[in-house]
Design a protein around this ligand. Sequence first.
Ligand SMILES: [Zn+2]
Length: 293
Amino acid sequence: MRRNPNMQNVISFKKARANKRYVIKQTTFLYTDGSKISGALGAAVHTSTRELKIKLPPYGSIFCAELAGLLEAVQLALRHVDGNFIICSDSLSALQAIQHRYSTNPLVQKIAEERKTALLLNKEPMFMYTPSHVGITGNGRADDLAKSAALDAALPEINYGLSTDWKSIIKSAVINTWPSQWDLDSSHLHRITPSVNQDLHLPLDRRSQVILSRLRLGHTPLTHSYLLNQEDRPLCIFCQQSDLTITHILRDCPALINSRKACQVNCGNCSMLFEDWFKLKSFLRSIKLINNL
Ligand SMILES: [Zn+2]
């Protein structure tokens, strides 16, 4: 394990094996693990005399399960272990997280509280990073238990109330609902951007970004200043046949067919118009509207 100045009370498996101070007879090793399998989440603690399985709500993260395993291990050690104990985890990120003194993660805070309680009882919780898949028996058993906990339908779920996990649920609900809601929209922006997954960001200069955003929204000084001036909606300045709108100028105006062709502007549908900003820009420049947008 790389040295990290913040990793207090965390020792590496190699160091523990080399240093008999940690591997004395009275030391109890508690192996923890978290697992996500078939969409279900579980965690576990394994010692030579006890095993604990924890089932978590399926929307949680594997990181949450790893922290839950650490928390349950500390609590189990405080209740049932006399003497020294070392809590082993194969999650370096979880072990690093519990070192952050000002973490806002409720599980990290709870583990910090339990560590303080342990110190009051003259116990000093030690944590050990035990890499997975290197033949450490306790690790393997904890992994099996965590998977079993995740798939155990009879085990009640424990909700540790992590806001980060709720965020991921809300985010995925929005992503799932948004496309169907967006399909019902009939605005100019929807015609320009039929898919919510479309990346609208282009590395352009500020002025180009402003013009492009206004074109996408269909609201520009050219087409909408009549509202501020309390005038009637103007007709197209090129053909005098239709209302002056962005869609009409970019795609429909018959008087601009040659200009579009000359600049190779793709006018198959609105969204295609924005695929090549530089052609569109040269078209707008050629019809002398670039400064009115
Ligand atoms: Zn026109």
